[in-house]
Design a protein around this ligand. Structure first.
Ligand code: 26Q
Length: 814
């Protein structure tokens, strides 16, 4: 056993330390302390342990000299920390005992632990899954992002629609951060450039009259499973180097006196709650440059401390860019190498290329970042001049490579039509570009970046996403994890591919019954939560059919809702209809300014109310909209789910990761051949999921033909017509003409841009297959076993090993 594993504290030591913290920080005896004080004290004890292991690991010269990855991302979604840290350190039971000796319960404390919601959805959660996996694989890797004071908003459903409330996570969450004031960096905005010539006739650009913002790091410690490696997630908070201007203050100009300070502090104030939306906002540019500049200055400083030269930077550091949001890392690293360290362009460019890699997470045109040239050059004049030079050199190369293909050259340009195209900058500069599923990586090569693929095919690769499965299986579903361990041994906890050993028990009656009993108790637990939060009684014997993800038209929550309306109508027409009772569960946040997404949430809420008022229907069909879907809530939902709705239009969902979390908990996928669903199908076989809908080739053909007419479906499909009639009459007193209009006239292609109606018949038929299969419990449970056993390839451990080997070129240290 490793040293770190043997350092584990006993329950007695833990309770003594908690008592010590209570006394020292709150002047409280355990008997008098409030639950918040006990929570803080317990977290401090765990944090101290993390810090000790961090120190032990980092004072190991090995860790200092080996290559590491810096994972740059505007978003991380760690969720709650206490439970996960305890699990990875092997301290869950000792702390539980310690607390119980003091008269408290671990569950109560975990209930207080806030989610760090520093991200919107899939991309942010993936970043956190990868940090867990990097540490669990014994590798050195650090996350870099912004310490948003307010994370993703808290969602409330008020008057039947979404409202947003601020998420003040630091109030309790700060206990997991350590401020590293000594390592603050300065970041410069605005100003102007001046040429300066030295006596050798060499020109240097001097950046003048800029505004300085100070970046102060707050580190969250990230332990791997087993606790041997502890890495860092470094979050930068912005402050101003200037205090308030006392002269202005004395003149009574209070607001002006604080202006500069205020401008600086606003940068890390709040996470942009939009995913997949491009709007050239000044504050977002400032956020990006702020965390990029601070992170790269830190990286270069650290490197110089160990190696005293930057010539070998690429041998000691890999810089990973999580979508284009951190793309400024490319010109910023060039700036530091050239301006601050006197390197020439060519060697600096060669180091940047060898260091930087880029993952694309979406091909929706509205999510491809473009910055207006004017705005960019005003805010970041030096970076602008560097990007212009990259663009100029690229244009020269392109002319040589594609002399007769002007349109292609235009498509590949980094600066075009007054805009900086960040995706082109990333692809042109990185040594590796990857998509997040096989299908998506293929689209990147063939449809999004074909010119770049022609030029440098070896640059393009795929790493299918993976999840931190110990969180969603071992921690969130301990009974299922226990069953697998009892039957197959504990190996799957470090090697997810061993889950396949569970396949042997596919037809074992006893195992099937145990699996069903576990699912039922997880459903009961979720039903209690629903009772408390929604005031409705979800029947644990009904099928729990789940769609949880951000709300977006391409994800087609609308298709699910239309089918529910159809089912409702069938039940009204024929009360003796023979279908198994179903509970449709939704969890989804909509970007605050995304009108149609909010309308769809309102539709789900209205359907839920309408059905609840109808005693004849509600025992057979229920709709529950779960407020404020978050990492923590997902840990309650996944173990209770039976049907996993992954119903995006083929070609639109880059990968999906909820599909993997649901599958490993035994839910069966009802999905299109999109994103990672294609690979789920490879892993379990078509007969162990419910596939439907147009394949990507059919979608492309329909798009190209221009022949799609939602009206035809209105006219020719009786079920569609009936659903549209229900919609147009309003639901539970709320009018939904907006949605109807989006199907008939909205979008670019004359309505229904995501082909909801075109896939409706096929979806309906697949839902009937779900119903039929569920009636055969032996069949259903066998399918569920196949899914659990097939989920191993979707582990983040595997994904991170692929990144390490093919992209970052790093190796485990321990
Ligand atoms: C861009 C410009 C301006 C403002 C916001 C944005 C922005 C922010 C967030 C654009 C995109 C995002 C997030 C994208 C995202 O979460 N993509 C998801 O990534 C997952 C992990 O790879 C995939 O599984 C999902 O399929 C993909 O949708």
């Amino acid at each position: 056993m490793s040293e770190a594993m043997t350092m584990t504290m006993t329950a007695k030591e833990i309770s003594e330390r908690i008592e010590g913290k209570l006394l020292r920080y709150f002047g409280a005896e355990p008997g008098q302390a409030t639950v918040q004080q006990v929570y803080r004290a317990a977290c401090m004890v765990v944090r101290d342990e993390l810090a000790l292991r961090w120190k032990a690991y980092h004072s190991n010269g090995n860790a200092r000299n080996k290559k590491r990855v810096y994972y740059l991302s505007m978003e991380f979604l760690p969720g709650a920390s206490l439970k996960n840290n305890l699990f990875n350190l092997g301290l869950t039971e000792p702390l539980r005992q310690a607390l119980s000796s003091l008269g408290w319960s671990l569950e109560e404390l975990c209930g207080l632990d806030p989610d760090a919601g520093l991200g919107n959805g899939g991309l942010g959660r993936l970043a956190s899954c990868y940090l867990d996996a990097i540490a669990s694989q014994g590798m050195s890797g650090h996350g870099m992002s912004i310490c948003y004071e307010y994370g993703i908003f808290k969602q409330r459903i008020l008057d039947g629609g979404q409202t947003e409330e601020p998420d003040d996570w630091l109030d309790l969450g700060e206990v997991w951060l350590r401020e590293m004031e000594d390592e603050a960096e300065e970041v410069h905005f605005g100003g102007s450039l001046e040429e300066e010539w030295d006596d050798k006739g060499k020109m240097k650009l001097i950046h003048k009259d800029f505004t300085t913002v100070v970046a102060v790091p707050y580190d969250m410690l990230i332990p791997g499973y087993g606790g041997q490696v502890v890495n860092t997630l470094r979050l930068w908070k912005s402050t101003s180097p200037v205090g308030i201007d006392m002269k202005l203050f004395a003149q009574g100009k209070y607001l002006q006196a604080q202006k500069e300070k205020h401008m600086a502090e606003i940068i890390s104030k709040i996470l942009y709650p939009e995913d997949a939306h491009e709007e050239g906002k000044t504050l977002r540019i400032m956020q990006q440059y702020f965390f990029i500049s601070a992170s790269l200055q830190f990286l270069v400083r650290t490197h110089l401390k160990t190696f005293a030269t930057l010539d070998n930077l690429h041998e000691a550091a890999a810089i990973h860019i999580n979508d284009t949001h951190p793309a400024m890392a490319i010109p910023e690293l060039l700036r530091i190498l050239i301006d601050d360290h006197g390197m020439e362009w060519d060697p600096a460019w060669s180091i940047v290329k060898k260091t930087v890699s880029y993952t694309n997470h979406t091909i929706l045109p509205e999510a491809l970042e473009k910055w207006p040239e004017g705005l960019f050059s005003r805010l970041l004049p030096r970076l602008y001049s560097i990007v212009s030079e990259i663009n100029r050199r690229q244009a020269v190369d392109l002319l040589k490579t594609f002399p007769d293909r002007e349109a292609l050259r235009r498509e590949m340009a980094i600066i075009h039509n007054g805009e900086l195209r960040m995706a082109n900058l990333c692809v042109a500069s990185a040594h590796r570009v990857n998509g997040v599923s096989a299908l998506h990586s293929g689209l990147l090569r063939d449809k999004v970046f074909p010119g770049f693929y022609l030029m440098e095919p070896e640059k393009f690769t795929n790493v299918t996403n993976g999840i931190a499965y110990r969180r969603w299986l071992c921690q969130a579903n301990p009974r299922l994890s226990g069953l697998i361990e009892e039957l197959c041994g504990p190996g799957f906890k470090t090697d997810a591919s061993q889950l396949k050993d569970f396949l042997k028990f596919k037809d074992d009656k006893g195992v099937q019954e145990e699996l069903a009993a576990i699912k039922l108790s997880n459903k009961e637990r979720l039903a209690e939560y629903i009772k408390e939060h929604n005031g409705v009684t979800a029947d644990p014997r009904s099928i729990f059919d789940v769609q949880v993800k951000r709300l977006h038209e391409y994800k087609r929550q609308l298709l699910n809702l239309f089918h529910i309306m159809h089912l409702y109508q069938r039940l009204k027409e024929d009360p003796s209809l023979d279908v198994h009772p179903r509970t449709f569960l939704f969890g989804a946040k909509a970007a605050a300014g995304y009108y149609m997404a909010k309308e769809i949430i309102s539709l789900a809420a209205a359907l839920s109310r309408m059905i609840e008022k109808d005693p004849a229907v509600r025992e057979r069909l229920r709709v529950v909209f779960l407020e404020n879907y978050s990492v923590s809530l997902s840990e309650l939902i996944m173990p209770a789910a039976e049907v996993s709705e992954q119903i995006s239009l083929a070609g639109k969902e880059a990968s999906g990761t909820g599909n993997m979390k649901l599958m490993i908990n035994g839910a069966l996928t009802l999905g299109t051949m999109d994103g990672a669903n294609v690979e789920i199908c490879q892993a379990v076989g078509e007969e162990n999921m419910f596939l439907f809908g147009m394949r990507i080739e059919e979608v492309e053909a329909l798009q190209a033909s221009g022949a799609y007419s939602p009206w035809e479906y209105f006219r020719q499909d009786r079920d569609v017509a009936a659903v549209m009639k229900l919609l147009s009459g309003g639901i539970d007193g709320r009018d939904f003409r907006s949605i109807l209009n989006s199907l008939t006239t909205g979008g670019s292609g004359g309505g229904d841009p995501y082909f909801v109606l075109a896939d409706f018949p096929s979806y309906k038929e697949a839902q009937e297959r779900v119903d039929r299969s569920y009636r055969d419990q032996a069949l259903w449970n066998a399918m569920s076993v196949v899914n659990i056993a097939g989920a191993g390839v979707f582990s983040a451990d595997r994904a991170v090993r692929e990144y390490a080997e093919n992209i970052w070129h790093i190796k485990p240290i321990v």
